[in-house]
Write a protein that binds this ligand. Structure first.
Ligand SMILES: [Zn+2]
Length: 175
Protein backbone atom coordinates (compact mmCIF):
# COMPACT_ATOMS: atom_id res chain seq x y z
CA UNK A 1 0.00 0.00 0.00
CA UNK A 2 1.14 3.45 -0.83
CA UNK A 3 1.66 5.84 1.99
CA UNK A 4 0.56 8.66 -0.26
CA UNK A 5 -3.12 7.88 0.18
CA UNK A 6 -5.43 10.53 1.59
CA UNK A 7 -4.82 11.26 5.22
CA UNK A 8 -7.78 10.16 7.32
CA UNK A 9 -8.40 12.67 10.04
CA UNK A 10 -11.70 11.38 11.36
CA UNK A 11 -14.69 9.17 10.80
CA UNK A 12 -18.35 9.64 11.53
CA UNK A 13 -19.39 7.34 14.34
CA UNK A 14 -22.90 8.11 15.59
CA UNK A 15 -23.26 6.89 19.14
CA UNK A 16 -26.60 6.67 20.91
CA UNK A 17 -27.24 6.18 24.57
CA UNK A 18 -30.55 4.97 25.94
CA UNK A 19 -31.32 6.18 29.43
CA UNK A 20 -33.68 4.63 31.94
CA UNK A 21 -34.57 7.44 34.29
CA UNK A 22 -35.62 6.54 37.82
CA UNK A 23 -38.07 9.27 38.71
CA UNK A 24 -37.84 9.01 42.49
CA UNK A 25 -40.69 9.37 44.97
CA UNK A 26 -41.49 13.07 44.51
CA UNK A 27 -41.33 13.10 40.73
CA UNK A 28 -43.28 9.82 40.56
CA UNK A 29 -46.17 11.39 42.49
CA UNK A 30 -46.04 14.41 40.16
CA UNK A 31 -46.13 12.13 37.10
CA UNK A 32 -49.06 10.08 38.45
CA UNK A 33 -50.97 13.33 38.92
CA UNK A 34 -50.16 14.80 35.53
CA UNK A 35 -51.42 11.58 33.92
CA UNK A 36 -54.78 12.62 35.42
CA UNK A 37 -54.37 16.15 34.07
CA UNK A 38 -53.45 17.68 37.43
CA UNK A 39 -50.34 19.73 38.14
CA UNK A 40 -49.12 18.99 41.65
CA UNK A 41 -46.25 20.65 43.45
CA UNK A 42 -44.89 20.35 46.97
CA UNK A 43 -44.67 23.04 49.64
CA UNK A 44 -41.65 23.55 51.85
CA UNK A 45 -42.71 23.42 55.52
CA UNK A 46 -40.12 26.05 56.39
CA UNK A 47 -40.14 28.80 53.74
CA UNK A 48 -43.57 27.87 52.23
CA UNK A 49 -42.23 27.91 48.67
CA UNK A 50 -44.12 25.60 46.30
CA UNK A 51 -41.97 23.61 43.90
CA UNK A 52 -43.25 22.15 40.65
CA UNK A 53 -42.15 19.69 39.48
CA UNK A 54 -41.24 18.72 43.04
CA UNK A 55 -37.82 17.32 43.84
CA UNK A 56 -38.67 16.06 47.32
CA UNK A 57 -36.77 18.75 49.15
CA UNK A 58 -36.47 22.52 49.26
CA UNK A 59 -33.47 23.84 47.37
CA UNK A 60 -33.30 26.86 49.69
CA UNK A 61 -33.81 25.22 53.11
CA UNK A 62 -32.92 21.59 52.50
CA UNK A 63 -36.17 20.50 54.19
CA UNK A 64 -38.13 17.52 52.89
CA UNK A 65 -41.21 18.74 51.02
CA UNK A 66 -44.09 16.37 51.64
CA UNK A 67 -47.19 18.55 51.50
CA UNK A 68 -48.75 18.14 48.07
CA UNK A 69 -50.24 21.26 46.52
CA UNK A 70 -52.33 21.39 43.40
CA UNK A 71 -51.42 24.33 41.20
CA UNK A 72 -53.32 25.90 38.32
CA UNK A 73 -52.56 25.33 34.66
CA UNK A 74 -52.41 29.11 34.31
CA UNK A 75 -48.98 30.64 34.63
CA UNK A 76 -46.93 33.80 34.25
CA UNK A 77 -43.92 34.15 31.96
CA UNK A 78 -40.85 34.76 34.11
CA UNK A 79 -38.36 34.72 31.24
CA UNK A 80 -38.27 33.39 27.70
CA UNK A 81 -36.15 32.96 24.62
CA UNK A 82 -37.03 32.85 20.93
CA UNK A 83 -35.28 29.82 19.47
CA UNK A 84 -34.19 30.41 15.88
CA UNK A 85 -31.67 27.61 15.42
CA UNK A 86 -33.09 24.22 14.39
CA UNK A 87 -32.25 21.36 16.71
CA UNK A 88 -31.56 18.02 14.95
CA UNK A 89 -34.46 15.54 15.32
CA UNK A 90 -36.62 18.13 17.04
CA UNK A 91 -40.00 18.13 15.27
CA UNK A 92 -40.62 21.75 16.31
CA UNK A 93 -39.49 24.11 13.61
CA UNK A 94 -38.01 27.47 14.64
CA UNK A 95 -38.67 30.17 15.38
CA UNK A 96 -40.47 29.13 18.55
CA UNK A 97 -40.56 30.30 22.15
CA UNK A 98 -39.45 28.42 25.20
CA UNK A 99 -40.23 30.07 28.52
CA UNK A 100 -39.73 29.78 32.24
CA UNK A 101 -43.27 29.74 33.61
CA UNK A 102 -44.44 30.15 37.17
CA UNK A 103 -47.78 28.39 37.60
CA UNK A 104 -50.39 30.07 39.79
CA UNK A 105 -49.88 28.71 43.27
CA UNK A 106 -46.21 27.88 42.70
CA UNK A 107 -43.06 29.91 43.36
CA UNK A 108 -40.56 28.17 41.12
CA UNK A 109 -40.60 28.12 37.35
CA UNK A 110 -40.54 25.26 34.89
CA UNK A 111 -39.76 25.26 31.17
CA UNK A 112 -42.40 24.90 28.51
CA UNK A 113 -43.33 26.04 25.03
CA UNK A 114 -45.35 29.15 24.23
CA UNK A 115 -47.48 29.08 21.09
CA UNK A 116 -50.54 30.65 19.43
CA UNK A 117 -48.84 34.00 19.77
CA UNK A 118 -46.91 36.59 17.82
CA UNK A 119 -43.39 35.80 19.02
CA UNK A 120 -42.38 39.45 19.09
CA UNK A 121 -45.33 40.28 21.39
CA UNK A 122 -44.40 37.77 24.09
CA UNK A 123 -43.12 39.47 27.24
CA UNK A 124 -42.16 38.89 30.85
CA UNK A 125 -45.18 39.01 33.15
CA UNK A 126 -47.56 37.85 30.41
CA UNK A 127 -50.32 35.47 31.47
CA UNK A 128 -50.62 32.09 29.74
CA UNK A 129 -52.61 28.89 30.10
CA UNK A 130 -51.91 25.28 29.21
CA UNK A 131 -53.30 23.71 26.08
CA UNK A 132 -53.62 20.04 26.99
CA UNK A 133 -53.47 17.14 24.57
CA UNK A 134 -56.66 15.07 24.26
CA UNK A 135 -57.19 13.12 27.48
CA UNK A 136 -56.76 9.72 25.79
CA UNK A 137 -53.16 10.70 24.95
CA UNK A 138 -52.21 11.60 28.51
CA UNK A 139 -49.20 9.76 29.84
CA UNK A 140 -46.73 10.14 32.70
CA UNK A 141 -45.23 13.19 31.01
CA UNK A 142 -45.10 16.96 31.08
CA UNK A 143 -45.86 17.03 27.37
CA UNK A 144 -49.46 16.12 28.17
CA UNK A 145 -49.47 19.88 27.87
CA UNK A 146 -48.85 20.67 24.22
CA UNK A 147 -47.87 24.25 25.00
CA UNK A 148 -49.00 27.34 26.87
CA UNK A 149 -50.81 30.16 25.06
CA UNK A 150 -51.46 33.77 26.01
CA UNK A 151 -54.72 34.58 27.78
CA UNK A 152 -56.51 37.89 28.21
CA UNK A 153 -55.45 38.73 31.75
CA UNK A 154 -53.43 41.68 33.04
CA UNK A 155 -49.66 41.23 33.23
CA UNK A 156 -48.12 40.35 36.56
CA UNK A 157 -45.55 42.96 37.68
CA UNK A 158 -42.05 41.52 37.41
CA UNK A 159 -41.37 41.82 41.14
CA UNK A 160 -44.53 39.81 41.93
CA UNK A 161 -43.86 36.82 39.67
CA UNK A 162 -43.64 33.72 41.83
CA UNK A 163 -44.20 35.73 45.00
CA UNK A 164 -47.92 35.44 45.64
CA UNK A 165 -50.87 33.33 44.69
CA UNK A 166 -52.47 35.01 41.70
CA UNK A 167 -56.21 35.57 41.28
CA UNK A 168 -57.81 32.45 39.94
CA UNK A 169 -55.58 30.07 41.81
CA UNK A 170 -57.78 27.12 42.81
CA UNK A 171 -56.15 26.34 46.16
CA UNK A 172 -54.33 23.37 47.56
CA UNK A 173 -54.97 19.69 46.94
CA UNK A 174 -55.75 19.26 50.65
CA UNK A 175 -58.77 21.61 50.60
ZN1 LIG B 1 -37.75 26.02 52.02
Amino acid sequence: MSEEQDVITGIEAPVYLKYNFTAGAAAARFLHQIKKGVLTGQRCPSCQQVYIPPRGSCAACGCPTEEEVEVADKATIQSFTIVTIPIPNNPIQPPYIIANLVADGANISFLHLISECVNEDVHIGQRVQALWKPEEEWDYAMDNIRYFRPIDEPDVPVEMIGKLPVTGWEGSADD
